[in-house]
Design a protein. Structure first.
Length: 560
């Protein structure tokens, strides 16, 4: 589109478009084009949401500073990312009261030595509501006792995030609050480890706090929790904790001793403590002590050695414990992810899934939700024995039944598939990123397993994300003869007409299969292509009683 063509658009239209664009790129693209665009980008009606990755080359830094200096009244947010520490950039960056619309600052990769002087300059900003600081400096923040008081003096601040990676343990020796030091912060993210005592000192400055996120530090699990900390925790509506050291017994005691009013609780557990997977204790804890809880996010990660220990802790008769009425009524469902070395158990609010788009109406009954547990393999080495994932599945089955199997961004071999389906008899859906058939000559025993599970499995819906050959579809239909819905996201270079003809031919040749619905994605799908497909189906008499429709780039074909 030429400049003259673009100028037909109204200023209001440009403002709507600019709202979705990076302010730095707007300034770079439209400055010095002509008088109209010069006035447009310098108008007080336009506020820049600026995100810049700072580089060392001087012209780039000069342009960034020029853009900020010339458009001070228009900067709404400033997100700066440094690939390596550049102290001089912050000495060149002038932040003062003329930045009267600047409401949000995010700095990533700042050197620890520059933090203090940078924070001091923020005191002049009249409308700074949000501040995020992250550093990758290996030395970390040497003195959080200086940094936190500077943050707490910012008068308008509502959100603060402070974190560093690979830094050493830092002692926080903040004095307890005095009446004149209150901070206005309502949402605090402590992205560095801290003990409960250190947490108590930090939150003593934030009496208006409603949302808190922190990472626990090694602590004496018998340490008494301060009454002031209990008071702050009792006013929170959202709490998020990354747990490395706190046992479930300790967390349970904390919840019981605090009058929590949480609407949302998020736990990321990196500690091997099998008690975290005891659903009965969670049910009692939530019903009695967290009655207002609407959202529960839970991740429990362990390595394979930890799983071996857990397998001896959980009894088989306790299986499916996260599928009780308590969990299904709240629409909180369990998913297990495996990346070969680690297993992560996750509980999340239920979200609509790929196979639900194939059925009308969508039913979210308690019975359906009780059968929503998924097992997701994110990585399986092709050279590994099928016994490795089998061990994982048998271990997971001690915690929950599995109804949905997924291979996300990893190849699945037919050999792995048959062994997995054999040990997961309740499977109803299967989603595969890529099915590998090459060099997959099955032994006599494996062929017998294939024939056996093809007669016994309950899989009715299959999603193949990346199809490289029609033989993949052929073997999936043979493996899952009760499949009534097949979805394919990418048919690669195969002609659409040939693809459809081949699939329908396979379906017609096998009178015992149940396939009656097909969904496949065609990039740049248009009405002309739809007409061509309908004409081919009718001319070739591939189907008689059928419906076909287009939704965006997807074709949905159903027949009887």
């Amino acid at each position: 589109m030429s400049i003259s063509s673009m100028e037909i658009l109204s200023n209001e239209c440009f403002y709507d478009i600019f709202d979705y664009l990076n302010g730095y790129e707007i300034y770079q693209a439209f400055s010095n084009l002509n008088d109209r665009f010069e006035q447009l980008i310098n108008s007080s009606s336009l506020l820049f949401k600026t995100a810049v990755e700072i580089r060392r080359d001087e012209p780039f830094r000069n342009f960034t500073n020029q853009m900020i200096h010339l458009n001070k009244h228009q900067i709404f947010s400033l997100h700066l990312s440094l690939t390596d520490p550049i102290d001089s950039f912050f000495s060149e960056l002038i932040l003062d009261s003329s930045l009267n619309n600047l409401q949000s600052i995010s700095i990533r990769g700042i050197d620890s030595h520059a933090v203090v002087s940078f924070l001091k300059s923020l005191a002049y900003l009249p409308r700074l509501f949000s501040l995020s600081i992250d550093t990758f400096e290996l030395k970390g923040f040497k003195d959080l006792n200086i940094i936190y008081p500077l943050i707490f003096t910012l008068p308008k601040l509502k959100f603060n995030k402070l974190g560093f990676i690979y830094g050493p343990h830092s002692s926080i020796l903040l004095p307890m609050i005095t009446n004149k030091q209150f901070s206005s912060i309502k949402h605090l993210v402590i992205n560095h480890s801290c003990t409960l005592e250190q947490l108590n000192r930090i939150v003593s400055y934030t009496p208006q706090l409603h949302r808190l996120s922190f990472t626990d530090e090694e602590d004496d699990n018998n340490t008494k929790i301060d009454n002031h900390l209990l008071s702050i925790l009792s006013q929170l509506t959202h709490l998020k904790i990354k747990i490395y050291h706190t046992t479930f017994d300790r967390l349970e005691m904390l919840i019981k001793n605090t009058n929590l009013k949480l609407n949302s609780l998020s736990l990321d557990i990196c500690l091997e403590d099998a008690n975290y997977l005891e659903s009965a204790r969670w049910e009692i804890l939530i019903l009695k002590y967290l009655p207002q809880l609407n959202t529960f996010h839970f991740d429990y990660t362990e390595d394979m050695e930890g799983r071996k220990k857990l397998s001896t802790h959980l009894k088989l008769e306790e299986s499916n414990q996260f599928s009780s009425l308590f969990w299904s009524e709240r629409k909180w469902v369990l998913e297990t992810k495996v990346n070969f070395e680690f297993i992560t158990y996750s509980i999340r609010p239920y979200e609509k899934r790929w196979y639900e788009y194939a059925q009308q109406p969508i039913i979210n009954s308690s019975l359906q939700l009780s059968k929503s547990a998924r097992l997701n393999f994110t990585y399986i080495p092709m050279y590994d024995s099928p016994k490795v994932p089998i061990f994982v599945v048998n271990s997971v089955l001690t915690a929950t039944n599995i109804y949905h199997l997924i291979f996300t961004k990893t190849e699945a071999s037919i050999r792995h598939l048959i062994y997995l389906i054999k040990v997961i008899p309740d499977l109803t859906t299967l989603k595969i990123h890529d099915l590998v058939l090459k060099e997959q000559n099955l032994s006599t025993n494996e062929t017998d397993i294939f024939l056996f599970i093809s007669k016994t499995n309950k899989i009715t819906k299959v999603y193949l994300e990346n199809m490289t050959g029609i033989e993949q579809v052929d073997i999936l239909i043979k493996l899952c003869p009760r499949m009534n819905y097949l979805q394919i996201n990418n048919i690669n270079d195969m002609e659409v007409e040939l693809f459809l003809k081949e699939i329908l031919s396979i379906q017609m040749e096998d009178i015992d299969n149940c396939l009656c619905s097909l969904c496949f994605r065609i990039p740049l799908l248009d009405d002309q292509m739809m007409e061509t497909l309908v004409e081919m189906i009718n001319h070739e008499k591939l189907l008689i009683n059928y419906t076909i429709k287009r939704i965006c780039d997807n074709i949905y074909l159903h027949w009887r």
